[in-house]
Design a protein around this ligand. Structure first.
Ligand code: MLT
Length: 402
């Protein structure tokens, strides 16, 4: 093995999708091209001023300059538990059932290392957030992908899960509101899933990073199903809810042995999230989300409507998303998603995410993140109209529009 060769586990992974897209964007901008980046789900909106003010005040307190704990501050965890009770009607023990994360991605990536052994199998959605696969692979466990079918509202078919599960299966990942499809899960779905997981004695890991981005009814937590308490863990994020991707904060709630194992793992690899950020964000859940949430959702609703209607006018089949801030559309018939995203980028400067980046079942799709103002989404749509990808015969790109 060459001296500087990355580990076999790292080599087993494709390069991180959004890191590759960031590189592509940086190269294009360095070459002087205009880029409209609708690829990564990174809000264009700023962190709200009341949250920034709280961070600024807490940052001046020397008590917040020292090592945080890996589990997170008890005060922040109490705020999280209070919000959870209010939002989902579920009462959690803040110290046993809540832990602060350095973003939900960190927890999702580390959780497998805390509970899996080589040879264990993990069921995960396809299409799905790439970190389920990466975390499982780093833990030496085996990722097994299940299909999210459009015809089933991008929910897993429990019969599929049952067929894929073996005695080695330990965990099943679910993610609603869903990235990349924008699909929602109902309470009835979680009920059936938890009953199935009980029968198979599996852990359910639920990624609820987009729980506060929805367009109609607030989506449920898996913990609204009482039987989930003993066998599930749910990951939440401040990133999208409060436009805080740059501050890196999330939290996990769930069965004490699962949360405890994650905290124990984290104590070995990180020292927790900055306390000023913990205090401000946890405060915001209870004190600021009631006014901020509706305003934020109104912004994304307008963007969603513009994007969905605009794409449909161009002839692109899209299902209207019920949550998260993504639109999942079909690439023109017969075209591959990477080729399509590259063609769109080369001709228009619009960056989409190719669906196959989320797994094989994403082939034939692309994702738009609603992370630009309506005027930017409109401009992207006009550039796409110039390219007319859903009208031109397959493989024949119309002339560049700029
Ligand atoms: C996405 O674009 O899918 C996510 O924002 C990436 C992330 O959260 O890591």
């Amino acid at each position: 093995m060459a001296t500087h060769e990355p580990s076999k586990r790292l080599q087993a992974l494709p390069r991180y999708l959004f890191a590759e897209l960031e590189r592509k964007r940086a190269d294009a901008e360095a070459a002087g091209r205009e880029v409209i980046d609708l690829s990564i789900g990174d809000p264009d909106l700023p962190t709200p001023p009341p949250v920034l003010e709280k961070i600024a005040v807490a940052a001046t307190d020397p008590a917040n300059h020292r090592y945080p704990t890996s589990a997170g501050m008890p005060a922040a965890r109490r705020d999280i538990a209070a919000w959870f009770a209010n939002r989902f009607g579920v009462s959690l023990d803040p110290l046993e059932e809540c832990a602060i994360l350095i973003g939900s991605k960190e927890g999702i990536g580390h959780f497998p290392l805390a509970i899996l052994n080589p040879g264990d199998e993990v069921l995960m959605p396809d299409p799905g957030y790439p970190v389920y696969f990466a975390g499982t692979t780093f833990a030496g466990a085996t990722p097994i992908r299940y299909v999210l079918r459009e015809s089933n509202g991008f929910l897993p078919d429990l019969a599929d899960l049952d067929r894929l599960a073996t005695p080695r299966t330990r965990v099943v990942w679910v993610n609603y509101p869903n990235n990349p499809t924008g699909a929602l899960a109902t309470r009835a779905f979680y009920e059936a899933l938890v009953a199935w997981a009980e029968r198979r004695d599996l852990i359910v890991a639920s990624d609820a990073a987009y729980s506060e981005l929805y367009f109609d009814e607030p989506p449920p937590s898996i913990f609204e199903i009482p039987a989930a308490r003993g066998r599930a863990i749910e990951f939440h994020s401040f990133s999208k809810t409060f436009n805080m991707t740059g501050w890196r904060l999330g939290f996990a709630v769930g069965a004490p042995p699962l949360v405890g194992a994650l905290v124990r793992l984290k104590a070995n690899v990180d020292s927790g999230a900055p306390q000023a950020i913990q205090l401000a964000a946890a405060w915001a859940l209870n004190a600021y989300l009631p006014t901020h949430g509706p305003a934020l959702r109104a912004v994304y609703r307008e963007r969603r409507d513009v994007a969905v209607e605009g794409l449909r006018k161009l002839g692109c089949p899209v299902t209207e998303p019920g949550g998260a801030f993504y639109v999942w559309g079909r690439v023109p018939a017969g075209e591959r998603s990477i080729a399509f995203a590259a063609r769109v980028f080369d001709h228009t400067g619009v960056m989409l995410t190719p669906g196959v980046g989320f797994g094989e079942q994403g082939e034939g799709y692309f994702r738009i993140a609603l992370t630009g103002p309506v005027a930017v989404i409109d401009r992207a749509l006009r550039l796409l109209e110039g390219l007319a990808p859903w009208k031109a015969p397959h493989g024949v790109a119309s002339s560049p529009s700029r």
